[in-house]
Design a protein around this ligand. Structure first.
Ligand code: F6P
Length: 314
């Protein structure tokens, strides 16, 4: 490999910058050139491609977001877009590409590999919803951010003796909700993977807790279930207990990455370059069974994981 390209794609995640930094510096240490592709696959198609050196990634390990910007790109879902993406790589001399993103971004990387560009995917998403790995870049920071926010909501919820529904991100996956639910000692955790839409169970739970002297009732609701505001109204009407909804939103995606996200993202970034240097392609890096591993991209996409077995991942 002569020139490595690196891009971030999909929702940003704290720790992406640490991964970019590790890719750039590992590649340079191996005598390769590095090009940063801005705005994900959209930037690849628009030739938003910049040369990177060691200094391009100074002072970024502690910063949230992604210095390369990110985007979701409809055009890259088409065969024509994918062929043009590979052409752009060739035009700019990029013969190895590191894609940092979620499942959708992996699919794009697979298509580029089919067109002859060596690709490696790194799991970058706060959602932890990539089956081949028990760790994704950004999840640790996001759950810590959400956990701190929920602690604050609990203070005011207790003072007012209210019920609070707090909605956390995660798209269709409940990992952020599950981890916050445990870390914040929530009374109820609603996971899209398990939710049976039976609000009566929750209502009974709240009434029972109140009878037992509890001053608050914290419900962590996952984005994949949603409807927190209307749920709060229904719960208040049924229980007579003041109920408020808080949707944490994008604050969960920002901020200074945690130590774990910086370190794991750095190791994964270096590993991606090592795989490319060994001539490997169509691989994705993960964390499984206490070690960093890599899988064939399509095998990884076909894997499934069960949130109910999450204890094994912890
Ligand atoms: O994948 C990360 C994530 O923040 C999800 O939790 C959420 O569903 C989605 O991205 C929001 O995406 P957008 O930034 O396009 O609104």
């Amino acid at each position: 490999i002569n020139t490595i390209g690196v891009l971030t794609s999909g929702g940003d995640a704290p720790g992406m910058n640490a991964a970019i930094r590790a890719v750039v510096r590992t590649a340079i240490s191996k005598g390769m050139n590095v090009k940063g592709i801005q705005r994900g696959y959209a930037g690849l198609l628009n030739e938003e491609i910049v040369d990177m050196n060691s200094r391009s990634v100074s002072e970024i390990i502690q910063r949230g977001g992604t210095i390369l910007y990110t985007a979701r790109c409809e055009e890259f879902r088409t065969e024509e877009g994918q062929a043009r993406g590979a052409e752009m790589c060739r035009k700019h001399g990029i013969d190895g590409l590191v894609v940092i993103g979620g499942d959708g971004s992996y699919r794009g990387a697979g298509k580029l590999a089919e067109h002859g560009i060596n690709t490696v995917g790194l799991p970058g998403t706060i959602d932890l919803d990539i089956a081949c790995t028990d760790y994704t870049i950004g999840f640790d920071t996001a759950v810590n951010t959400a956990m701190e926010a929920i602690d604050k909501i609990r203070d005011t919820s207790t003072s007012h003796e209210r019920c609070s529904i707090i909605e956390v991100m995660g798209r269709n996956a409940g990992y952020i909700a599950l981890w916050c639910g445990i870390a914040n000692g929530a009374e109820d955790i609603l996971l899209p993977e398990r939710y049976d839409c039976n609000e009566q169970t929750i209502i009974n739970h709240i009434i029972e807790h109140r009878k037992n002297g509890k001053k608050h009732h914290i419900i962590i609701n996952a984005e994949g279930i949603g409807h927190s505001t209307s749920m709060a109204k229904r719960i208040e009407a049924a229980t007579g207990i003041e109920t408020r909804a808080s949707i944490l939103g994008y604050m969960q995606r920002g901020g200074m990455p945690s130590c774990k996200d910086r370190v794991y993202a750095s190791i994964m970034g270096a590993k991606a370059v090592e795989l490319l240097a060994e001539g490997k392609s169509n691989r994705v890096v993960g964390w499984r069974g206490g070690e960093f591993v890599d899988y064939d991209l399509y095998e990884a996409l076909a894997m499934q994981k069960d949130i109910c077995e999450e204890e094994y991942a912890i």
